[in-house]
Each structure stands twice: as structure tokens, then as C-alpha cells.
Design a binder for this molecule. Structure first.
Ligand SMILES: Nc1ncnc2c1ncn2[C@@H]1O[C@H](COP(=O)(O)OP(=O)(O)OP(=O)(O)O)[C@@H](O)[C@H]1O
Ligand SMILES: [Mg+2]
Length: 239
């Protein structure tokens, strides 16, 4: 479970997150929507401890991670999968090496177990057979899939995805959105996605939150948000 309590964050004298309160139960898929610059990525980075709030709490499975040292935080992060906005694969490693790397760094698995886990993760994202390719030899959609496989390979129970459809065409966007939903449900992950992509978000989300000027101005199921009578919310979802 993820819980954010009265979180405030100022960056360069600008209030970016303004009293965020949020609870994501185990197994839920929440999408955070909002205009560019609304603070979606900054909020997501607080959930993995890349940013520390000025005040407020971020609880991951009942542990307030804002109070942890870097070493303790690393342990918590190992249990989380994070899909960066840019994908963030290592360009100098092939797909196999990109996926094996976290296992080599953080586990004591032998080479054969690691190889099996890499194959299994690639199969999960429908990418068997690309082990030897380098990121530059993959399409944008394939890179996102590899990044998703890498996020999952440590058996993460918490999955955070920052704009997983950015830079993809409508078909690839739909595919990666559906894939995130299906792996998230298969492994019972608590999943938080940020997105601009309203159609795909409505299709895959259990709940959606709308962030505006650092505040969550609406949160609910797709049906609840669609029937909102708030004019900004209506406009946002119709654009
Ligand atoms: N490291 C940083 N230092 C200073 N300001 C930052 C930093 N990261 C983000 N910001 C500022 O915080 C605000 C919110 O940025 P954020 O990246 O969270 O937006 P976003 O909602 O993710 O936008 P997009 O949809 O374009 O990804 C912006 O005004 C941005 O300039
Ligand atoms: Mg962003």
C-alpha cells in the first residue's frame, strides 16, 4: 500500500506539491493525470524517495520512507519497479545485460537462474528473442517493454510508471497500457502511472487522480470522474 499524507514540496522557491493526500491500496492501479508541469513526475519521484518532501509523509507498506537513510531507502527501492519517463535503459548494455544487471547487483542468484529470470521477464512483455539487441536497435515501444521487464524482474510489488506512452504511436500506446495493466494485475502490484493519455488511462485505471497546480482536485473511478460536474474536470477530460 502507498500512502501520502500532507505532502508539500517547493523547488526553486516554487510550490510544486501543495498538500497532497493519497492512498493507493495493495493491488490497485491508479493513474495520475494532469497538464504538463502539474507536478506528476515530482510526485512520483517522492514515492520512490528520489525527492524528499519539505513536510509530510510517504508511506510504503506502512513505512515512512521520508525518514530513511540512503542505505535503508535502497532496500525499499529494491522492492519497487520504476519506469522512468525516458525509459532509462543502459545504451551500452544489450537487452539481456540490462535485465540481468539488477539481479547481479542485488541478488545472489547464479548465472543460470539469472538467465531464466531474464527469459521469463522478456516473455511476460512479449519480447522473447531480443536478448542480444542494444537499446538503439529497438523501437520506442520495445524499449518501454524492456524497461517494464526490468522494473518487474526484482519481483516488485509496487510499480511506478512515468508517462509510459510518451513518444509512442496510438497503437503502441494502447499495447503498453494494456500490458502494464495485465502484468500489474497478474502480480498483484500496487501501481501508480502518470500520464497525459486520457483514453488509455480511462481504459486501464481502477482509479484516476487529476493533479492541478500541485493539488489533487479530483480522484475516483473512471465512471465517477466522467460524471463529475466540476467544469475544469469536464473540460480536461473532453480535451
Ligand atoms: N529537479 C527539479 N528542480 C527544479 N524544479 C523542478 C525539478 N523537477 C521539476 N521541477 C518543476 O516542477 C514542476 C512540475 O514538474 P513535473 O516534472 O512534475 O511536471 P509533470 O506534471 O510531470 O509534467 P509533464 O507532463 O510535462 O511530464 C515544473 O514546474 C518543473 O519545472
Ligand atoms: Mg512528467
Amino acid at each position: 500500500m502507498i500512502r501520502v499524507v500532507h505532502l508539500f514540496k517547493t523547488l526553486q522557491e516554487q510550490l510544486i506539491l501543495d498538500d497532497i493526500n493519497l492512498e493507493v491500496p495493495q493491488g490497485e492501479l491508479l493513474v495520475i493525470l494532469g497538464e504538463s508541469g502539474a507536478g506528476k513526475s515530482v510526485l512520483l519521484k517522492h514515492l520512490i524517495g528520489l525527492f524528499k518532501p519539505d513536510s509530510g509523509e510517504v508511506e510504503i507498506n506502512s513505512q515512512d520512507i521520508t525518514k530513511l537513510s540512503e542505505a535503508e531507502l535502497l532496500k525499499v527501492r529494491k522492492k519497487m519497479g520504476y519506469l522512468f519517463q525516458e525509459g532509462a535503459l543502459y545504451d551500452f548494455m544489450n537487452v539481456f545485460e540490462n535485465l540481468a544487471f539488477p539481479l547481479e547487483e542485488h541478488t545472489t542468484f547464479d548465472d543460470q537462474t539469472i538467465a531464466e529470470k531474464v527469459q521469463e521477464a522478456l516473455k511476460t512483455v512479449d519480447l522473447a528473442g531480443v536478448e542480444g539487441k542494444y537499446p538503439s536497435e529497438l523501437s520506442g515501444g520495445m524499449r518501454k517493454r524492456v524497461a517494464l521487464a526490468r522494473a518487474l524482474i526484482m519481483d516488485a510489488k509496487i510499480l511506478l510508471c512515468d508517462e509510459p506512452t510518451s513518444g509512442l504511436d496510438p497503437i503502441r500506446s494502447r499495447d503498453i497500457s494494456d500490458l502494464i495493466r495485465s502484468v500489474s494485475k497478474r502480480y498483484n502490484c500496487t501501481t501508480v502511472i502518470t500520464s497525459h493519455d486520457i483514453d488509455n488511462s480511462f481504459r486501464i485505471a481502477d482509479r484516476l487522480a487529476l493533479l492541478r497546480s500541485g493539488q489533487i482536485i479530483a480522484i475516483g473511478t473512471p465512471a465517477e470522474l466522467k460524471s463529475s460536474d466540476n467544469s475544469f474536470i469536464r473540460e480536461f477530460f473532453q480535451s
